[in-house]
Write a protein that binds this ligand. Structure first.
Ligand code: PLP
Length: 286
């Protein structure tokens, strides 16, 4: 079955879907995006993803190109047309098409919007989580507003590629003080010897992951204590468990950091419990 993309008001065959060469997303990474999990054909945590989209757009002063209700319809229609039961829906909004000039274009310029949907195999993701993943650490070299979910992801791309080339799956950025900020496309967590969960406080140095927020509620349900604070690489290496969270990973155990085993080198009990409980707490839209 051929894939369909939504591009600026039209559903078009994926293979022919394109944007103008002077789209500011293409030329300046002047845009933001969201990724929402699709489960059983339903959107997961749509409300929170849309709230973050509105915030990201506001921070860089791009207007929402349509109402959230209309956007919800487009997301669902894209999922439906691609017959995605399990997978993700991707949404990108840029400042639109204008002659290349750094200044914002005329306010009458319409923001550009693209939506795609893609199926994935939940069994494969579960198998990966069952094994656990390896991560490497890399120096933090991103800008100071990574709380905005912009499409400017070059440092993330380079970090994740370095991870891949080192036989790992994710890269954790480490700031100048030796503290982990987050992963290239995930938030980073550890579990201490006393069973406390630690993840960095959500300031401008990390993206406030929707999954991270929901996982706090999951932790409460499981009567686990969460501390939102920075942690060092040394703490991570000495942790009982480590894991990453994102809309497409839920909680995925980390079993090695920079080649060193974490805990007993197997996926931890806490990360597994969080993963298993996640969808009981996440909002699954009709
Ligand atoms: N941090 C970064 C840099 C990300 O790109 C992502 C997801 O894409 C996350 C964290 C996790 O965010 P969420 O849980 O909303 O998917």
């Amino acid at each position: 079955m051929s894939r369909i993309a939504y591009v600026n008001g039209q559903y078009v065959p994926h293979a022919q879907a394109g944007v103008h060469i002077e789209d500011r997303g293409y030329q300046f990474a002047d845009g933001v995006y969201e990724v929402c999990e699709v489960r059983g054909g339903h959107l997961v945590d749509e409300r929170r993803h849309m709230a973050r989209l509105v915030r990201s757009l506001g921070e860089i002063r791009i207007r929402l190109p349509m109402s959230l209700t209309a956007l919800g319809i487009v997301l669902r229609e894209t999922v439906r047309r691609n017959r995605v039961r399990d997978g993700l829906v991707y949404l990108q909004v840029t400042r639109g098409v204008a002659r290349r000039d750094h200044y914002f274009p005329d306010p009458s310029t319409s923001p550009a919007i693209v939506v795609t949907a893609r199926a994935s195999d939940p069994a494969k993701a579960d198998a990966l989580a069952g094994q656990g993943i390896a991560v490497i650490t890399v120096p933090e070299n991103r800008w100071e507003r990574v709380d905005i979910k912009t499409v400017g992801l070059l440092p993330n791309v380079l970090a994740k590629q370095a991870a891949k080339e080192a036989g790992a799956r994710e890269a954790w950025f480490v700031d100048r003080d030796g503290r982990i900020t987050e992963g290239g496309s995930t938030n980073a967590w550890i579990v201490t010897g006393e069973g406390r969960l630690i993840t960095r406080h959500a300031d401008n140095a990390i993206l406030r992951g929707v999954t991270r927020t929901v996982m706090m509620e999951v932790a409460e349900k499981l009567q686990l204590r969460v501390e939102e604070r920075a942690f060092t690489v040394a703490e991570a290496l000495a942790a009982k468990e480590a894991f990453v969270t994102s809309a497409t990973n839920f909680a995925t155990p980390v079993v090695r950091i920079d080649g060193q085993p974490i805990g007993d080198g197997k996926p931890g009990r806490v990360a597994r419990a969080l993963r298993e409980t996640f969808h009981q707490v996440a909002e699954i839209a009709p």
